[in-house]
Design a binder for this molecule. Structure first.
Ligand code: H2B
Length: 96
């Protein structure tokens, strides 16, 4: 699960996500929420998912716009862990 994915495997996995793009070895998704408190609630839920997965996104908070960045630091690039958490974040955002 923590093996680096090849470029083509990463692109294929990316095509199954919504709203993410690749910035080299990082997955990036930006989302705008209705308000600052609503954005912080999302951050709080993502923090729970990240703790459960023991995998943590970089999160940029600008008023009600959030940007998540995922990469597996220990592997030096993208692994299944990044795609698994990205999918959970997609599901969370879609449900709100
Ligand atoms: C010990 C623990 O499993 C590691 O430090 C985890 C924690 N969260 C992590 N998060 C991310 N994004 N990459 C990692 O390599 C990573 N490593």
């Amino acid at each position: 699960m923590t093996e680096l994915l090849s470029d083509s495997a990463a692109d294929e996995a990316l095509s199954t996500l919504s709203g993410w793009h690749r910035d080299g070895a990082t997955l990036v998704r930006t989302t705008e929420r209705p308000s600052f408190p609503a954005a912080i609630e999302v951050v709080d839920r993502v923090a729970e998912l990240a703790e459960t997965a023991d995998h943590h996104p970089d999160i940029d908070i600008r008023w009600r716009t959030l940007t998540f960045r995922l990469s597996t630091h220990s592997a030096g690039g993208l692994t299944e862990k990044d795609f698994a958490l990205a999918r959970q974040i997609d599901d969370l955002l879609a449900a709100r």
